[in-house]
Design a protein around this ligand. Structure first.
Ligand code: ZN
Length: 76
């Protein structure tokens, strides 16, 4: 059975053409299938969490933003 090709790097993915997109990982609607490696590099849908305490602790938006950014870079 033919396998889907990664739309970014062109490598074969583990998914058959027949596999429904609900049962796949790394399928981007309107774009296509990504391989495991490329889908991990796409963090557009991933999230980071900050504690509510942090919002209260840093009343200055710049300061809070800086802390959020540090958490973001540490999560990569
Ligand atoms: Zn790829």
């Amino acid at each position: 059975m033919a396998k889907e090709i990664c739309v970014i790097c062109g490598k074969e993915t583990p998914y058959d053409f027949e596999t429904h997109i609900d049962y796949r990982i790394g399928y981007v609607e309107g774009v296509g299938q990504l391989c495991g490696k490329c889908s991990r590099h796409d963090d557009s849908n991933s999230t980071i969490t900050i504690s509510k305490d942090m919002v209260k602790k840093y009343p200055n938006d710049m300061e809070l933003g800086e802390k959020v950014r540090i958490i973001y870079y540490n999560s990569l």
